[in-house]
Design a protein around this ligand. Structure first.
Ligand SMILES: Cc1cc2nc3c(=O)[nH]c(=O)nc-3n(C[C@H](O)[C@H](O)[C@H](O)COP(=O)(O)O)c2cc1C
Length: 171
């Protein structure tokens, strides 16, 4: 089984998860950054890691996701929102529908929070009270929680998740 792991990471959170996932994928897995040179058609099983940008996979990843057809696919992402939020659920649905429309077999996905770039946090502070993007207490709390991730437990959970996927494929 030819296996590919590709990831996109602007500020390093998703890279941490990608490095953890890499440890449990088969030894001969090819590992690339999203904008490196590779051909998704050369692989049977593809794992894609990315970060959430405006409620979707980041742009570079979106382009690649649309080119993956008729493969076994699993994915992971990091985001600022809580993993059990409606926002995270919507992101998952969007990604699933792209991959399903490419005729792919979805093997599952993993997600966890990731520290939000301080420039984003500062930007939110500029919106006036009452604006949908204003820095509310709830948002402050969420950014503070995101700043602790991905932590050791996230990385372990990612490893367990992908090790189980590999077991399923090899069964
Ligand atoms: C420009 C920008 C847009 C973002 N949009 C969202 C978003 O819509 N929803 C969300 O939950 N997090 C959003 N985030 C937070 C990132 O998805 C999160 O911090 C992620 O862990 C970044 O991963 P990276 O360090 O691998 O780049 C955004 C961050 C940036 C910088």
């Amino acid at each position: 089984m030819k296996t590919l792991l590709i990831y996109s990471s602007l500020t390093g959170n998703t890279k941490k998860v990608a490095d953890a996932v890499r440890e449990v994928l088969p030894e001969n897995t090819d590992f690339y950054k999203i904008d490196d040179s590779y051909n998704v058609n050369d692989y049977d099983f593809i794992t894609v890691g990315f970060w959430i940008d405006k409620g979707n996979a980041d742009k570079k990843t979106l382009e690649v996701l649309k080119t993956i057809k008729n493969k076994k696919v699993a994915y992971f992402f990091t985001l600022g929102a809580y993993p059990n939020s409606e926002h995270a659920q919507k992101c998952t649905e969007t990604i699933n529908s792209i991959l399903i429309s490419g005729g792919n077999t979805l093997l599952g996905h993993f997600l966890c929070q990731g520290k939000i770039d301080s420039r984003m946090t500062e930007m939110f502070k500029k919106f006036p009270e009452g604006h949908p993007h204003a820095m509310t207490e709830e948002r402050k709390k969420r950014h503070a929680e995101a700043a602790k991730h991905p932590d050791e437990s996230d990385l372990n959970n990612a490893k367990i998740f992908f090790a189980e996927i590999i077991m399923k494929i090899l069964k």
